[in-house]
Design a protein around this ligand. Structure first.
Ligand code: C2O
Length: 548
């Protein structure tokens, strides 16, 4: 591999969408941010200089960071934030990974504007296990607030209520022609007939899983979270925040004399308010003649997306995702398990803190938890305190391996919605083989939670509805070709079972990738200890690691 250098200047930039201009935090003044392209085996050296008044940190979402946890990026987990005027160089090698990932800010809600594609090509001369595309196109979904998203989350936290929803979804930063005052801000993909395009879909939205479809065209799914999958055709993709999906788009063999919309809108199962609008981009065939001058006269076709709460579509779609599991790309599913964990994930409440009535349920504040523990980020970084033996008063190594309060996870919701607050970690010896059941609690409503694990890929060996039954459900686990990924939707009112090998020393964050749930505490961390051999040990911190 080679070493590739990037410069990220964090600076404010005025950006206008929906007729609103605001100053936003960006990388190099770009929105969305710059595309990083590398090959498997390359080293990335990314110098981040912070010129804004906000603290910042950048996460390379889905990169395994083998032994380089210092470069992972979540603020107060693997590093203290990069403060105003400071510089930090993220330095890591891409080992055994190729495909579509993305990078984003990992502090407060700054990832609403600070994000971009991270594309890893196969090693030189290694082909894709599918038709060689004529062109590759990143399609990155996001959300646009007319307000400052930092004000949106701070207001939600002060009042204990839900945050204001975004004003638009975006494709490559553009809300598209279905929003008011937005026709000019529409992403357009120009294609030629009879070609294959690789669309690299990335969901960088803060709070919404999305359905995506292109009118009159089917899509062939070939990769999820930078892992090849058994190809299958579908009209609609479901993609949760934190997930990436590569699809092949085969264009029609003739010039169709029509224009096609590509649209995305949310899949929502929970309570509360959400933006029920639709982002659109345009798929336009380049005309062989001058006909494109009369584009406006061409008929415009719109796709039909599933209903907002179509959980059966979601279930079928995730069941179709399977690893290639062949000689070249084996699925190394852990067959034996050293440690089993059962985690409930869901919402809950905290007492109102400011002597007034809060806007959460029954005058409380909204909270969210894993095993009833609502995670509090420390004032220093967990990885630093572990490495320097200063964990006292920062975290405790006693994260519960099953829920603190017993609940019925479906049906009648429990009366006790209170969470307990803490900074608790699970400690794992090096190379522990882990099985984790993630169970939606249905407290304050059943809801799909896209759980993201840093530092690892995991295999999704099972999923189902209702309460997980260890005797019945474990027998049906797929240990042959389960999909391997870094973010999985815990089904609304159900459970998902994952397995991973803890072969990466460090502190690894796990959280719901719905940003509001992370803010409410739906997060925790694993501490994986060093192994015996030098190549199983965490490397020492870089000298420019920020201090708190
Ligand atoms: Cu993409 Cu911890 O996040």
């Amino acid at each position: 591999g080679v070493t590739r250098h990037y410069h990220f200047e964090i600076k404010n930039q005025n950006v206008t969408r929906l007729c609103h201009t605001k100053s936003m935090v960006t990388v190099n003044g770009q929105f969305p941010g710059p595309k990083i392209v590398a090959r498997e085996g390359d080293r990335l050296v990314i110098k981040v200089v912070n010129h804004v008044h906000n603290n910042i940190s950048i996460h390379w979402h889905g990169i395994r960071q083998l032994r380089t946890g210092w470069a992972d990026g979540p603020a107060y987990v693997t590093q203290c934030p990069i403060q105003t005027g400071q510089t930090y160089v993220y330095n890591y090698t891409i080992v055994g990974q190729r495909g579509t990932l993305f990078w984003h800010a990992h502090i407060s809600w700054l990832r609403s504007t600070v994000y971009g594609p991270l594309i890893i090509l196969p090693k030189h001369g290694v082909p894709y296990p599918f038709t060689k595309p004529y062109k590759e196109v990143p399609i990155i979904f996001g959300e646009w607030w007319n307000a400052d998203p930092e004000a949106v989350i701070s207001q939600a936290q002060q009042t204990g209520g839900g945050p204001n929803v975004s004003d638009a979804y975006t494709i490559n930063g553009f809300p598209g022609l279905l929003y008011n005052c937005s026709a000019k801000d529409t992403f357009k993909l120009k294609v030629k007939p009879g070609r294959t395009y690789l669309l690299r879909l990335i969901n960088a939205a803060l709070n919404d899983e999305l359905f995506f479809s292109i009118a009159n065209h089917s899509l062939k799914v070939v990769e999820a979270d930078a892992i090849y999958v058994k190809p299958f055709e579908t009209n609609t993709i479901l993609i949760a925040p934190g997930q990436t999906t590569n699809v092949l788009l085969k264009t029609k063999s003739y010039y169709p004399k029509a224009t096609f919309l590509m649209t995305a809108r949310p899949y929502v199962t929970g309570l509360g308010t959400f933006d029920n609008s639709t982002v659109a981009g345009i798929l336009e065939y380049e005309s062989p003649s001058k006909e494109s001058l009369h584009l406006k006269k061409l008929p415009l076709f719109k796709p039909i997306l599933p209903a907002l709460n179509d959980t059966s579509f979601a279930t079928n779609f995730s069941n179709k995702l399977r690893s290639l599991a062949n000689a070249q790309f084996p699925a190394n599913v852990p067959q034996k398990v050293d440690k089993r964990f059962f985690f409930t994930v869901g919402l809950g409440t905290n007492p109102c803190q400011n002597n007034q009535t809060c806007q959460g349920p029954n005058g409380t504040m909204f909270a969210a938890s894993i095993n009833n523990v609502s995670f509090i980020l420390p004032n220093t970084a967990l990885l630093q305190s572990h490495y320097f033996g200063q964990s006292n008063g920062v975290y405790s190594p006693n994260f519960p391996s099953s829920p603190l309060n017993q609940f019925n996870y479906t049906g009648t919701p429990p009366n006790n919605t209170m969470v307990s607050n803490g900074t608790k970690l699970v400690v794992l010896p090096f190379n522990t083989s882990v099985e984790l059941i993630l169970q939606d609690t249905s407290i304050l409503g059943a809801e799909s939670h896209p759980l993201h694990l840093h530092g690892f890929n995991f295999f999704v060996v099972g999923q189902g509805f209702g309460n997980f039954d260890p005797n019945k459900d474990s027998a049906n686990f797929n240990l042959v070709d389960p999909v391997e990924r870094n973010t999985v939707g815990v089904p609304s009112g159900g459970w998902v079972a994952i397995r991973f090998l803890a072969d990466n020393p460090g502190v690894w964050f796990m959280h719901c990738h719905l940003e509001i749930h992370t803010s409410w505490g739906l997060k925790m961390a694993w501490l994986v200890l060093d192994g015996k051999l030098p190549n199983q040990k965490l490397l020492p911190p870089p000298s420019d690691l920020p201090m708190c």
